[in-house]
Ligand binder design. Structure first.
Ligand SMILES: C[S@@+](CC[C@H](N)C(=O)[O-])C[C@H]1O[C@@H](n2cnc3c(N)ncnc32)[C@H](O)[C@@H]1O
Length: 196
């Protein structure tokens, strides 16, 4: 997938022009020890929501598409706690200078990568997060169309199996509060990095 082309052609059906509605479940309610990281942040809607709710925390968006990064920087230009990085989430160099990370927010990055990269995603998240750090996210687990993605569906059992070696599942629930058209397709997960 050439993500930059998709942004340049404004062919971005995943972009709803607003933060994920489920974020209200966590914003302001979750205690975070460190920076907030949003992989595949796109045009930055979720990034802005996190930054406004946690002005005392650094909020770092990562995206591989330059046009998405520019749009996110523009959207968040008045929020001094936001940094948007043009980079590859899976590249260790992206993280060399990073401060302590307290939370990763996952929304339509995991479903956007080829399924063969899922192991790398889990390993990268586990590497970035210190013990007891949080990975919160919404995942496509119940899409009817499981054909060629992106987005690629991931069954709940597979998600739990993949994350469990590094993360404890503190909460998993069907997402009722979502964008029109995604009803019944997503589950939210609250995952805590194990101390191992
Ligand atoms: C389906 S879009 C979702 C964007 C955003 N989360 C949203 O909901 O609007 C997936 C995003 O992940 C980015 N992406 C894909 N692979 C990436 C990688 N390896 N590192 C960083 N970003 C990546 C794409 O450029 C794209 O912006």
């Amino acid at each position: 997938m050439n993500w930059e082309n998709r942004y340049q052609q404004a062919d971005t059906p995943w972009d709803k022009g607003a933060a994920h509605p489920m974020l209200s479940h966590w914003l302001g309610h979750v205690v975070i020890d460190g920076a907030i990281v949003v992989p595949g942040c796109g045009r930055g809607w979720d990034l802005r929501a996190w930054a406004e709710a946690y002005p005392q925390h650094s909020v770092i968006g990562i995206d591989i598409a330059a046009s998405a990064v520019s749009a996110a920087q523009e959207l968040c230009r008045e929020l001094p706690n936001v940094r948007v990085v043009l980079g590859d989430f899976f590249d260790p160099n992206t993280w060399q200078q990073a401060e302590r990370v307290g939370l990763i927010w996952e929304h339509t990055c995991f479903c956007a990568i080829p399924p063969s990269w899922r192991e790398r995603y889990v390993a990268t998240a586990a590497e970035i997060l210190p013990a007891y750090g949080l990975l919160l996210g919404v995942f496509f687990t119940d899409m009817d169309d499981e054909g060629a993605g992106p987005p690629w569906n991931t069954p709940v059992a597979e998600l739990i199996e993949r994350f469990s070696p590094f993360f404890e599942v503190e909460e998993a629930q069907v997402v009722h509060h979502t964008y029109p058209g995604r009803e019944g397709e997503e589950r939210s997960f609250q995952l805590r990095r194990r101390d191992t």
